[in-house]
Design a protein around this ligand. Structure first.
Ligand SMILES: *[C@@H]1O[C@H](CO)[C@@H](O)[C@H](O)[C@H]1NC(C)=O
Ligand SMILES: *[C@@H]1O[C@H](CO)[C@@H](O)[C@H](O)[C@H]1NC(C)=O
Length: 262
């Protein structure tokens, strides 16, 4: 009787701590919203986006902007799109490459939701590189990225959220902290695609301090199932650039790095 009632008490507490269906931030909900964004970019129309009716923010290249201008103002033929989901932060990250049109783009976008509810979007935060951006050549970038495998990792190969954040932060700290580069667990077959520039293995020719300006305003999307961290930031170390750095970690080692810099 004693055992029974205490077990019942625990269940009662567990039930109180369980998120309700409408308040849960699910992977499915995040990816559905991310896909609605991909469709909106393809169509050049925002009608299919469930934007929050109050307090919605659109940011392009680190500046508040009108969502109807910029990237979403024209249809784009999409060659590649890939999204990751962060159920802890209730946010997603999407990469889009459009290489064929008069205005080619490589787009890195984070989408955030109010509360834990993916049924509306509170923020779309985009770094959109186009002709004139750092090492920009969308066809070349597409060629490299199409070869990569960003599939779901086996449970045993998944890095922790803490490790992913640390690797992402250490990467962005390499320009200001001489010790950061050697703290990163580089994989032997790691590939780095910066704009359209490929470096392989990616642990070669790294910065080791030298700048006094931190890369700031870091926004994170972390997906342990893919082993990915994406950080949008204001890249201050060598200038002042809107930037996205995405890293994939497989079995504890860095496998891919992508940068999109405007
Ligand atoms: C409005 O959005 C900002 C930035 O995302 C957030 O900090 C703030 O709490 C929001 N306000 C309300 C009333 O939701
Ligand atoms: C986005 O990528 C998925 C998976 O590769 C594909 O099925 C879908 O058609 C793509 N969406 C667009 C608009 O190109």
């Amino acid at each position: 009787m004693f055992i029974h009632s205490s077990a019942f008490g625990l269940l009662g507490v567990a039930a109180l701590l369980m998120p309700t269906a409408s308040g849960a931030c699910t992977r499915e909900g995040l990816l559905a919203a991310a896909n609605s964004y991909v469709e909106a970019v393809a169509a050049g129309k925002i009608d299919g986006l469930k934007l929050a009716t109050s307090n919605f923010t659109y940011q392009e290249n680190n500046k508040a902007a009108d969502i109807k201008r910029g990237v979403l103002s024209q249809p784009l033929k999409i060659d590649l799109n890939r999204s990751t989901a962060d159920t802890t932060a209730c946010a997603s990250y999407t990469m889009i490459i459009s290489s064929g049109g008069p205005k080619p783009y490589v787009i890195a976008t984070q989408i955030r939701h109010p509360g834990d509810d993916t049924s509306s979007i509170s923020m779309i935060d985009t770094i959109a590189a186009t002709t004139g951006s750092l090492f920009f050549n969308a066809k070349k970038t597409l060629g490299y990225i199409q070869q990569e495998n960003w599939g779901t990792l086996a449970e045993a190969d998944r890095p922790s959220r803490e490790l992913l954040k640390k690797v992402g932060d250490s990467y962005l700290d390499m320009w200001t902290d001489a010790k950061a580069a050697d703290s990163i667990p580089w994989g032997t077959n790691c590939e780095r695609v910066e704009g359209s520039q490929l470096t392989k293995p990616c642990g070669g020719s790294l910065p080791r301090g030298g700048s006094s300006k931190n890369n700031i305003d870091r926004r994170y999307v972390i997906d342990e199932t893919i082993g990915s961290v994406d950080i949008l930031c204001s890249f201050q170390a060598v200038g002042n650039y809107p930037d996205s750095h995405e890293v994939r970690v497989e079995a504890g080692k860095v496998k891919y790095v992508h940068t999109v810099t405007v």
